[in-house]
Design a binder for this molecule. Sequence first.
Ligand code: ADP
Length: 395
Amino acid sequence: MNEVILVVNAGSSSLKFQVYELGTDHELSFTLGGQVSGIGGSRAAFKVKDSSGTCLVDRSLQPSEARNLAGAQEIMAAWLQERIPAPPIAVGHRIVHGGPKLSRSVLITQEILEYLDSLVPLAPLHQRNNLAPVHVIFEHWPEIRQVACFDTAFHRTQDNVVQHFALPEEYFERGVRRYGFHGLSYQYIAGRLREILPEIATGRVIAAHLGSGASACAMVDGVSRETTMGFTALDGLPMGTRPGRLDAGVVLWMLEQGMSHDEIQDLLYNGSGIKGLSGISNDMRTLLASDEPAAALALNYFSYRTAESIAGLCVAAQGLDALVFTAGVGENSPEIRTRVCQHLAWMGVQLDEAANAANSLTISHPDSCISVHVVPTNEEAVIARHTVETLLGQL
Ligand code: ADP
């Protein structure tokens, strides 16, 4: 086996990983990928597939085995040590926040790690988990190089105005800025469009990353101009458990009502969005299958606000040539795509029903003024490439 690169994406309830082989010309080939899912829950599982899609592992885990991220890391590390003859030459990590200082992927030193730890309050749901495997590898395998790849970095091309809030400038200087997230996903989409739809890639594109977290990004010629998430991953579109755009006065009201910081944080990160609004589930499939009026309200809110944000992003792009749907909901739900696009019909967006139902690459009707596409995202592939380029000092 050639030298390998390991990609790790440690989230709040899942630990995803991929292994890539590094060829002699530094080209990467995907070898296998898997995840420990349902961490901390009663339905935790460990699954791994190879590059042909063949299942290498598919087993349920005892709650005691994957009761937390540390347990999940042990499962992953033990399996990889058996499977891969030599340790990876580097590990690339998905790190949600690079803060004001880091706008490209970097080799992680102790100093960088301390800085990234200091950003935990900016992304409490993600940053601590993202960094947990970095600490473990530093402790147990200090010789392995580690690279941090940021969700915020892709958006650093945005105009100064776009990165501001209308607050006194001192807050901007202190780091209170619109950073934007899901940048690894948008970078993948921008690159993939150049490969599969080159005539669109250079134009004005809005990509809607609709998963558990959701955001949209306006790109022109593959460069980020504006995105819906801001200082934290709470802003913008409604999500599985986060509200999206919210009047800051609501938080002041909650404080006045005596809610604590932790209660408000838990409500905003874990109890809001389509879960909070429906009172049923954060899973889009469950809501789509439900007859409850509250489920209908959550679906209507999600579709309306998503379309409304897409229309708003047209200002940054100065028009729109193509709309791209990606991530769990965006890639798999014809119903949600239809609902979002119905709100955009006034802009001339028209779907081809059969193509949409089949999750085809192009789902717009030939008469549509704006082409509409479904492009599966692959953040791990971007991380793997950044990791190699960082090692080679090319970034
Ligand atoms: P993340 O990686 O942020 O955890 P994903 O991108 O995997 O999230 O998206 C998860 C969401 O995708 C869930 O709300 C899930 O219900 C939704 N989803 C997955 N498949 C479908 C489908 N066929 N129809 C509708 N929603 C789907």
